[in-house]
Design a binder for this molecule. Structure first.
Ligand code: SAM
Length: 260
């Protein structure tokens, strides 16, 4: 009965030059893409979620830190883990959590930072898209924090919350230009450089790369963001005739390489 009526109505409407079409059902709001890449395991997601408030790295950066630690442990690459530029400590929390998961509690972890924020930029310290550090500094002041500062006490508390042996955690306060090489370990298995600017990155590479053991992992976090970081890295690689495949590991252009 209803069908007959509908057909009759359609015929009548068409007779005067129009048509009746079924209105599509209301669609649910479009879903944004998944927060994590599709291949992330529940462990990858849980690790990122546990350190996210303490790091500027995104899910891929955190996963890559964990993968690097997993790689050096499983391949018995000797040495300590070093990060220069730790901010609130999230990357090294991820490293320590991964070590605990793997049952390797023998590794020393060195966290080099001023714990008072960035040191002054030089003229080459500009982003690849042309913004200058002062613009970020201003923005930070507006939202009420000292530029990229994680205080030593806060970082210690964050790292200690992971449960890794406190005696293996070395917090080295000061400019890397003053504390490295004197306070750096002799052998390094994973060297994570994240102080953004030319002078500090150059200094770190000059003193720490020779201590990175063969098979060890180098990470340059700001290669795709700050021109100074890229320049320091490219100069060091060229001057030392290094055969390094610097692989892009996230959408921000961080690079990683295994030392031959
Ligand atoms: C981009 S943040 C590090 C982010 C951190 N790795 C993370 O996972 O979120 C840069 C850090 O480098 C530190 N820093 C910058 N220049 C430095 C220098 N010359 N010596 C020591 N630390 C420095 C700052 O205090 C800041 O904590």
């Amino acid at each position: 009965m209803l069908g007959t009526l509908k057909r009759a109505a359609k015929r009548a409407v068409r007779a005067i030059g129009f048509d009746v079409i079924k209105f599509p059902p209301v669609q649910p709001p479009a879903r944004t893409g998944p927060a994590f890449p599709g291949d992330f395991t529940e462990d990858d997601k849980a690790l990122y979620s546990s350190v996210a408030p303490f790091t500027m790295s995104g899910p891929i950066g955190v996963q890559m830190t964990s993968i690097a630690v997993d790689y050096v442990v499983k391949n018995r690459v000797p040495g300590a883990i070093v990060e220069c530029g730790v901010w609130r400590g999230g990357s090294m929390m991820a490293a320590a959590r991964t070590l605990l998961k793997l049952g390797d509690t023998t590794r020393d972890i060195f966290l080099f930072d001023t714990y008072e924020g960035m040191t002054p930029p030089s003229d080459v310290d500009v982003t690849h898209w042309g913004t200058r550090p002062a613009e970020y500094e201003e923005e930070d002041r507006r939202i009420g924090r000292q530029w990229l500062t994680g205080s030593l006490d806060d970082v210690k508390e964050a790292l200690h919350s992971v449960g890794y042996d406190k005696r293996k955690l070395h917090f080295v306060k000061g400019r890397v230009e003053d504390t490295i090489p004197a306070e750096a370990p002799e052998a390094i298995c994973f060297c994570r450089l994240d102080t953004c600017f030319y002078e500090s990155t150059r200094h770190e590479l000059m003193h720490l790369f020779p201590r990175l053991v063969s098979g060890g992992v180098l990470h340059i976090d700001d290669y795709g963001i700050w021109k100074g970081s890229r320049l320091a890295t490219d100069e060091y690689v060229a001057q030392n005739h290094l055969k390094l495949l610097l692989i892009r590991i996230d959408r921000h252009g961080a690079r990683m390489a295994v030392k031959p």
